[in-house]
Design a protein around this ligand. Structure first.
Ligand code: SAH
Ligand code: SF4
Ligand code: F3S
Length: 483
């Protein structure tokens, strides 16, 4: 309301002032080069594009070569001990570059920055900036401080920040698929997981800004968007719609957008825009979402539904808030509502106190679902999490490894089984580019997210859809020809 009292002129003036300041800053940084490297989940890769955009406005250009950079950022992941180790190793290489070029700014962004905060500056003396995932708007200011010879830290988490108004600069893009963040943070407290601590409270982004970003991508030639959140099924946006003036008191009605609604809104942009999403949570995925997927051909028939464990006692200790029966019920619902839907998962082996019998329940879950794909991990205790506080990390490394090896082998079988089942079928493929191995072949993904390889030919090119008859497969790839 206060805003209404400020005369328009002041608004204009302050906007002009802002624009001038931006211009001056952009001029100051003109030509400075930013190198940014990302680790961890898609969310981090998507955040790096927001960072690039914030700094592009201030005159920074991104470079794919860190040896010519003036600013090096590493966007980090804390999910497992070895993820952090990788980052530390890489940081050593960057700090060697810093010794050669003392003017170089080295910054740590993302989840490790949030987890370790200013401790990072004590541990890694050559790091100049530490910035958490909700503080990226402050980056220009933090870089200024480093330019003035100080160290800079901002790890404040926010309940509102969604970077909704920032149009990401697409990094390493093929111009065909793009990630679009629809929410940030996570309110689930899975006992093993560091994400709620590094990314803060869950908040959803205004659907209008999501649809506008997807529409813009489509207009620029992109043909696939992946909507990102730690738990997309709990996406929720309440918008206050103004009613008529005569009905002053009840004039504010609240319209709510849930994930199923959002999927539909994005799907309606164009039948030629494929819509994917990640990650779904078994406790929250509704039949309404499944019906939405089934209703639109361009919402891909592929769901990533992390199970973590097939045993109800372990799921309880993990605080996943579903049990084995509930998970199976969700799998059955997917099979019933979406014929021909691929399903992938995440599994953790050797969680605190897991017995051999309980591990077998995970194996039998894999037998039940026959996942198309799985990401499998050994439990890695993370400081500060509920599990670290409450339970002993008591499964010996060899046992964790043995269980992991067993499920990896099992998954290989099922991946191959799922791939083989596609032989003789015709898949609609969005061409992404040349295959990794040969520029005589194109590659692209099927609706079910399988990688498909087929010979380059006349009349089709990357960014277009083709029908491919599948003739053979490996465990990870379908091979065929355009029909
Ligand atoms: N939001 C997603 C998962 C994000 S983290 C979800 O709820 O499913 C990605 C995966 O990393 C998790 O699904 C889990 O399998 C794994 N993971 C997370 N914390 C881990 C830990 N402490 N040790 C081993 N694996 C872990
Ligand atoms: Fe972590 Fe659980 Fe949130 Fe996923 S849902 S990010 S596993 S706390
Ligand atoms: Fe890693 Fe943070 Fe993503 S811990 S998995 S980068 S949310």
């Amino acid at each position: 309301m206060m805003d209404l009292l400020i005369p328009d002129k002041t608004h204009d003036e302050s906007r002009q002032g802002e624009a001038l300041m931006l211009k001056a800053e952009a001029a100051k940084n003109n030509g400075r080069k930013l190198y940014i490297e990302s680790y961890g989940c898609a969310m981090n890769f998507s955040d790096s594009e927001i960072v690039a955009s914030i700094l592009a406005e201030r005159g920074f250009e991104t470079t794919p070569d860190y040896s010519v950079a003036d600013v090096i950022f590493i966007n980090t992941c804390s999910i497992r001990e070895n993820a952090e180790q990788r980052v530390r190793n890489r940081l050593k290489e960057f700090t060697v570059a810093k010794v050669k070029n003392p003017g170089l700014v080295v910054g740590v962004l993302g989840c490790m920055a949030e987890r370790l905060k200013s401790k990072f500056l004590e541990e890694e003396k050559l790091v100049d900036v530490v910035v958490g995932p909700d503080a990226y708007r402050d980056l220009p200011n933090l870089i200024d401080r480093v330019d003035d010879g100080q160290k800079a830290v901002n790890v404040l988490l926010s309940r509102e920040e969604t970077y909704a108004d920032i149009s990401p600069v697409r990094l390493n893009s093929n111009g065909i698929n793009a990630f679009v963040s629809i929410m940030r943070g996570c309110d689930n407290m899975c006992s093993f997981c560091v994400v709620p601590f590094t990314r803060g409270r869950e908040r959803s982004r205004d659907p209008k800004s999501i649809v506008a970003e997807c529409q813009d991508l489509f207009d620029k030639g992109y043909r696939e968007v992946t909507l990102l959140g730690q738990n997309v099924d709990s996406y929720k946006w309440k918008s206050k719609a103004e009613g008529s003036e005569s009905d002053a008191i009840s004039s504010v009605s609240e319209a709510e957008t849930n994930f199923a609604n959002l999927l539909e809104m994005v799907a309606l942009i164009s039948p030629d825009l494929r819509v994917r999403f990640s990650t779904s949570h078994p406790k929250d995925i509704t039949d309404e979402v499944l019906y939405a997927i089934n209703k639109y051909d361009n919402i891909c028939n592929y769901i990533h539904l992390p199970v973590q464990s097939g045993n109800s006692r372990i799921l309880d200790l993990m605080n996943r808030t579903y049990d084995r029966e509930w998970y199976i019920n969700r799998i059955d619902a997917i099979r019933r509502i979406i014929p021909d839907c691929a399903i992938s998962t995440d599994v953790i082996t050797g969680f605190c106190s897991e017995t051999d019998e309980e591990h077998k329940d995970t194996v039998s879950m894999m037998d039940y679902v026959k996942y198309d794909f799985a990401y499998m991990f050994k439990y890695s205790e993370r400081p500060g999490t509920l599990a670290a506080k409450r339970y002993a990390d008591d499964i010996p490394e060899e046992v964790k490894q043995k269980r992991l090896t067993e499920i990896v082998a099992k998954q290989q079988e099922y991946s191959f089984y799922r791939m083989q089942a596609r032989i003789g079928r015709v898949e609609r493929v969005l061409i992404e580019g040349f295959s990794k191995k040969s520029d005589k072949d194109y590659c692209g993904r099927s609706d079910q997210n399988a990688m498909v390889i087929f010979p380059v030919g006349e009349g089709y090119k990357p960014g277009e859809y083709v029908n491919v008859l599948i003739e053979r497969s490996t465990t990870a790839t379908l091979i065929g020809r355009v029909v």
